[in-house]
Design a protein around this ligand. Structure first.
Ligand code: HEC
Ligand code: HEC
Length: 301
């Protein structure tokens, strides 16, 4: 009897040791992956100077999540710090001379925002550039124009500390960076008029795919902390969250308040600080687009 217990204990210890070694090996492979060079030829976009374009850039900065992570004044701050090894700080992106972006050429901005790749070719790890890859040239240009005219306040640089399991999953390719998810050969979106149409809604919905999946069918968000709920199915398929929203008003008010029609709160994982900045045209167009999506089973992303 005792020898059996000893054997089982030994087997378990050996198994744990193998798992730990495997995780360390995968994590170190992940570190090499994070330092890889992503070669891209990036075309410049025109950077506008008119006030209306800068206002459009401000709107995108606030409503598409940039301000959430980089701070409303662009000086950067902690995105998450759980005190247990997960600490991410978005860098300052104002024109202050100490900030990396002060030395950005036009194409560096485009490469970072649309492709998730830093000027030296290093992939960005946390920034959801897959949500921004579909920006039209005009919208990328407007964002850059807005960011360049921000008051040049100082701020801290980027900080990315990830726990071993996350680094191992990244090494194993379960969690992928934006540069690995993006099809860099796709030409930029062709502009559609900004109006309450499903076509414009489809353009706005590009900012939901990082969490809800390319097909908007929802499911667990890869790399998310274990206590995050799965993203909802936004298509009319099985388990659809959209059945709660019989009319556009119900949908718009949830997107602004974070509350469902029955008053219950949607998880704050949904970035309501940014979403509530969306204007009526964007939200109403989104609704039309989501309602006409082909049905997909919930969780298939
Ligand atoms: C979820 C948080 C998050 C969101 C949303 C986000 N970023 Fe970032 N961003 C980061 C982090 C973290 C970094 C540091 C680099 C990395 O990810 O490896 C970064 C890096 C950058 C850089 C490179 C700065 C440097 O020091 O070289 C720029 C430029 C930038 N972001 C602009 C934007 C813009 C514009 C938007 C909105 C369209 C945006 N970011 C949205 C988190 C975010
Ligand atoms: C950072 C991740 C994230 C982003 C970005 C995001 N969502 Fe969500 N969304 C979630 C999660 C997680 C849930 C599930 C919330 C819950 O179960 O309480 C959710 C739930 C929903 C729901 C269901 C609400 C309900 O009644 O339960 C709708 C509708 C929705 N999202 C729409 C959108 C749209 C449209 C966008 C883009 C404009 C978007 N989301 C962007 C993470 C996100």
């Amino acid at each position: 009897m005792r020898t059996w217990i000893i054997r089982i204990v030994f087997a378990l210890v050996a198994l744990l040791a193998c798992a730990a070694l495997g995780a360390v090996a995968l994590a170190s492979y992940g570190e090499r992956k994070a330092r890889r060079h992503v070669e891209l030829t990036v075309a410049a976009v025109a950077i506008p100077t008119e006030a209306t374009a800068i206002e459009r850039g401000r709107y995108l900065f606030r409503s598409r999540g940039c301000a959430d992570c980089h701070g409303i004044d662009g000086t950067g701050h902690d995105v998450v710090n759980d005190g247990k090894g997960l600490h991410v700080r978005a860098p300052a992106i104002t024109p202050h001379p100490d900030n990396a972006v002060a030395r950005y050429a036009d194409v560096d901005w485009v490469r970072t925002i649309r492709h998730g790749v830093a000027p030296g070719g290093r992939p960005l790890l946390i920034m959801p550039s897959e949500d921004y890859n579909r920006f039209t040239d005009a919208d990328v240009g407007a964002l850059i124009a807005y960011l360049r005219q921000l008051p040049p306040l100082p701020g801290a640089g980027a900080l990315i500390e990830l726990p071993l399991p996350v680094r191992a999953l990244y090494g194993a390719g379960v969690i992928r960076d934006a540069a690995a998810k993006i099809d860099h050969s796709r030409p930029p979106s062709v502009p559609v008029p900004e109006a309450v149409t499903p076509e414009h809604g489809a353009y706005v919905a590009n900012t939901c795919i990082g969490c809800h999946g390319a097909g908007l069918a929802g499911g667990r968000i890869p790399g998310a902390p274990p206590d995050w709920p799965a993203a909802a199915n936004l298509t009319p398929g099985s388990g659809s969250a959209m059945t709660t929203y019989a009319d556009v008003q119900a949908f718009v008010s949830m997107m602004r308040s974070g509350r469902r029609p029955d008053g219950s709160a949607v998880s704050p994982v949904m970035p309501f600080a940014a979403l509530k900045e969306m204007n009526d045209t964007d939200l109403q167009a989104l609704y039309l687009h989501l309602k006409r999506l082909p049905p997909r089973d919930g969780g298939t992303r």
